[in-house]
Structure formats: C-alpha cells, structure tokens
Ligand binder design. Structure first.
Ligand code: GRF
Length: 223
C-alpha cells in the first residue's frame, strides 16, 4: 500500500475523486492518502481531508522547500499527487521524489500549459485559439510547470457555444475519470517513469473502455 500525499490549492474535487476511487477498490486499493497539504489555508481540499481523518496541513507560500520536504517525509509520502496545486514544486522535492510526482492539467499538453496557465485562463486560451478539441492531461512532474512526461490524455470536444465555464465543467468531469486511474496505476507500478525520461507500462484495460462505455465517460453524449 503506497502512501500518497496530495497537494491542492482549491476545492479538491480531484482529491475527492481519488478518495472515492480508492474506496471503491477496497482491499485492492494500491494506495492510501496519508496527507493533504495546501498553500491556501482555506482550501476546501483541506476540509475534505479532515472529514476523513486524513492529516491536513497548510504550507505557507513563503515556506522554504525544506518545509514541504519535511512534511512529506514525516507522513511517509511515496507518491506525491498534485490536484489543482498552483505553486511550482521546488526542485529539491522534484529530485527527491523523481518519477513519483503526478499532476493533472485541464488541457491537452504541450498546448495551453506553462506558468500562469491555470484555472479559467486555460479554457479561455483554448476558446481564443479556436481549437475544436481540448481535454485533460496527466503527467509526471519535473522542475517546470506542465512539462513532464505524459501518462495519459483524454479529449473533450470544444463546442461552438462553449464558454470557459462550460468547457471547464466538462473537462473536470473527465479529470475525475482519468486521474484516479493514473494514480492507482503509478502506485501499483504498472506505469512508471523510466531513467530515459519516458513513460513505461500501460494503464489498465478499463481505462481504454472509458471511451466506449457511454455513461462512464461524460463527453460521449456530446458527440
Ligand atoms: C483542475 O481543473 C485541475 O486540472 C487543475 O486545477 C483544477 C483543480 O480542481 N490543475 P479541483 O481543486 O480538483 O476541484
């Protein structure tokens, strides 16, 4: 059972999806969330953790890398999962947990990512560019925003009547589908970052079925 630390700055709906997925796996769950930490003391993600009895910590913005490192070590974090975490992960932490930090981004990287590309801004940029497809990307984390090796992506069609809010809503539903699967796959060792900087292994068969099962995949009714 891998101990997972989740870092979040906001509402934590992806954190909730991870909790729910691990609950659903029951005794087969390959991971347990041992810590939720946030740079925002009021983040609802922290409240979600407290309600489950999971340690919840506030890491002030100005805190040095050693504060985060100490916290992750204290809680035995083997895998670090960014779920709407808006701060750059310090290089020291990236090195210490190399290949064991995941992030989810609400667009198809390498487009529409990088510093300043978060939240509504991502979807506004997608709409401004006029692309017809957006989506969600899960990737390993390196020293730069949204640049690490890609684990999984799932497309979400952009509708001509989309606003940043409607697009964000549909992308978020897809995030909730794919992120828990990726976290579990990495926790199991089924997917890993190789020394060559590439992703090895494969997501489970169930992941591929999202696209054909209809109700399990929220974008299907929109096609
Ligand atoms: C998600 O869209 C995620 O992709 C991005 O921030 C948002 C977080 O949402 N990194 P939540 O806090 O998980 O609800």
């Amino acid at each position: 059972m891998r101990r997972v630390a989740v870092l979040a700055s906001g509402g934590g709906s992806n954190l909730q999806a991870i909790f729910d997925h691990l609950d659903a796996l029951g005794a087969d769950a390959p991971a347990t969330v041992s810590l939720v930490a946030s740079d925002q003391p009021q983040a609802f993600a922290l409240e979600r953790a407290r309600r489950r009895g999971v340690p919840a910590a506030h890491v002030p913005r100005g805190a040095g890398a050693d504060v985060l490192t100490g916290l992750l070590e204290t809680h035995g974090a083997e895998l670090v999962v960014l779920a709407g975490y808006l701060r750059l992960v310090p290089a020291e932490v990236v090195r210490r947990w190399a290949g064991r930090i995941l992030n989810i981004h609400p667009a198809l990287l390498p487009s529409f990512g990088g510093a300043g590309m978060y939240g509504r801004r991502v979807h506004e940029a997608v709409l401004a560019a006029g692309t017809r497809v957006s989506g969600a990307t899960v990737h390993f984390v390196d020293e730069q925003f949204d640049r690490g090796a890609i684990v999984a992506q799932w497309p979400v069609p952009v509708r001509t009547d989309d606003t940043a809010d409607t697009l964000a809503h549909r992308v978020l539903q897809v995030e909730h589908c794919i992120y828990p699967w990726c976290v579990a796959a990495v926790a199991r060792g089924a997917v890993r970052l190789g020394d060559d900087g590439r992703v090895h292994g494969a997501l489970p068969y169930e992941f591929a079925r999202f696209g054909v099962e209809g109700p399990r995949h929220p974008f299907v009714p929109d096609l």
